[in-house]
Ligand binder design. Sequence first.
Ligand SMILES: *Cc1c(COP(=O)(O)O)cnc(C)c1O
Length: 501
Amino acid sequence: MNYNSTRNKSTVVTASQAIAQGISEEGGLFVPQSLPKYSLEDIKALAAEDYRGRAKKIFADFLGDFTEQEISESVDAAYTAEKFGSENPAPISYIESGNTKMSVLELWHGPTCAFKDMALQILPHLLTKSLSKTYSGKEAVILVATSGDTGKAALEGFKDVDGTRIMVFYPVNGVSPMQKRQMATQKGGNVSVVAIEGNFDDAQTGVKKIFTNSDIKAKLAENNKLFSSANSINWGRLLPQVVYYFSAYCDMLNEGKIAPGDKINVVVPTGNFGNILASFYAMNMGLPVNKFICASNSNNVLTDFIKTGTYDKQRKFYTTISPSMDILVSSNLERLLYHLTDGNAEKVAGWMAQLSGEGRYTVDEDVKAKLDALFYGGFCDDENTQKTISELYKEENYLCDTHTAVAVNVYKQYVAETNDTTPAVIASTASPYKFAKSVLEAVCSDELPADEFAMVEELSAKTKTPVPAPLASLRDAQVRFTLECSVDEMPKVVLESLSIK
Ligand SMILES: *Cc1c(COP(=O)(O)O)cnc(C)c1O
């Protein structure tokens, strides 16, 4: 199984090259040349396995130049009961409300309480193995600019993984108090965390400049190191997400919620389009899916795209209570366009050039027709997000976070419009405790305590739900990282932390 670039079909790389490189030289994303196809019998066989067994089978079909043992080691190291709270890292809560059946796929039981753990717990293992095949013996220096969730999930994933160092930069005033505390108290011998004077874009620009600075790259090479990325467009982050859609279907089969071959709808709170794209790959591999429901917050660029066929990033940017979806350029959409044009790299490259030049592009009728057949797009503002949290809690006794609430709200809009009550899998992407303030406001009308941890305790007392252990332990954790620097100082800080002159 090899991979092409979405912008150049003559680019052909192996799985380990795709993962080690992250992005293709001309800026395209790596996509599999073909997909494995699973029959119903294959899916039933997967259903007889546990999560790790399902993951191993699916990984083996995509990672052509990995040995069975390498895949096994990676999966076994990533999805442990210790890290995810139980043997199934992605359990389902079933909610039947009116005529709708929602299977809430909880993807946030990992060490940082957000769904990014599902990919970032395994990526370091896939990446170090990929690097040993392609750039043997070099230490990988992972640089991450984060607006919150990714940084912490990457730190936890790479913590004490041999052959790696990780440095995370976050905007000093751009993350929540809980996110800041999660990062500042990070454990591990190979991690550094630095606050940047500036916003997320400044941090991101600073990291990109270091990645492409030839002086710094040469210095790293002299010291037997190289830069690498844990970015969400890396194939090594997308592939692990395909697994949990199959796993959810298997669990629903085993629990008698569906019969073999029954279709499901998939509902995903969407930002960079990675999570929902993984379910699209799953369908193309044989998972019976009827409709993909793409849920956005007020940054509804994808809703408009799905409705009109025009992607237009020139619009007001909103800061919302579902911040991980505050995004106007959904990078992984490029992969969907590639597949919907049957691999027309020239066309995709043209649209991407228009997007960066003019800020917009319009797909052709053929692609629009395929979008219409498969996707539904909708959005939900902050007020309705909180209303949904409140209703779900009061009527169904289920507490969800702000991102998941966006998905539930858009799903209800979809059912109201279409009367389609196909069983729905709702991707639940964060623990409610990660966004305690907005969730507490939604479920309780009393005055809120000022301190973040007091809010967490109050939410737990009010809803009689437990605070996830990784968040509870933060209160008394020791702060290890207090360094702040300007964007200009970032290169110096990187070299110093690597003890390179
Ligand atoms: C990253 C994130 C999302 C968006 O996922 P994409 O794969 O980027 O679409 C949604 N919810 C939460 C909590 C996230 O951290």
